[in-house]
Design a protein around this ligand. Sequence first.
Ligand SMILES: NC(=O)c1ccc[n+]([C@@H]2O[C@H](COP(=O)([O-])OP(=O)(O)OC[C@H]3O[C@@H](n4cnc5c(N)ncnc54)[C@H](OP(=O)(O)O)[C@@H]3O)[C@@H](O)[C@H]2O)c1
Length: 174
Amino acid sequence: MANLVYIATSIDGYIATKDNGLDWLNNIPVIEDNDYGFADFLNRIDCILMGTNTFEKVLSFSKWPYFKKVFVMSNSLKEIPENISDKAEIVSGNINEIIHNLKRLGYQNLYVDGGKVIQSFLQLNLIDELIITRVPILLGDGIPLFGHISEPIIFSKVKTEIYSNGLVTNHYIK
Ligand SMILES: NC(=O)c1ccc[n+]([C@@H]2O[C@H](COP(=O)([O-])OP(=O)(O)OC[C@H]3O[C@@H](n4cnc5c(N)ncnc54)[C@H](OP(=O)(O)O)[C@@H]3O)[C@@H](O)[C@H]2O)c1
């Protein structure tokens, strides 16, 4: 039972440009047959819990990328588009209650995604693993991965992977 983060950031800690741009991620030189452990990671999780802004970005992709159920944390969205109505669901309210309800439904390992949502989980000390891939680019501004927390949270680093294209993945657990 764990809440996990798998995310890419710039050197200066941004996960997207201010206008939700991800081109800086798409322009990374490809390493053949290497997905930075993402498929293995997806096999470990039972569902994805993401914020409204991340969901809206994913909707703009040419095809729906997930084979695991997505729960969209949102207090503003009214409905999920018809074409993915069996793949995604809206949840709202208290984070602990959302987690409790998902676990009751059998979703034990949650992939928590989206800057603000990750920050809300961290504020409540509810993240168990952080897998962060740092991309060798300074964006200067953008949507940050981290924000204020009231108490330090100590993680142990279990692994670092260094890729030939300059990406570095650090895997931390609590
Ligand atoms: N680099 C990467 O690997 C990576 C990964 C994921 C996302 N991204 C990018 O990051 C951007 C989105 O991140 P973001 O920080 O703007 O937003 P986000 O976390 O995806 O979504 C935030 C929104 O979720 C809703 N929400 C509901 N309950 C919440 C809670 N308890 N805590 C926080 N939010 C809650 C709120 O909208 P309502 O008003 O609807 O309630 C809030 O404004 C996108 O551009 C996305 O593409 C990048």
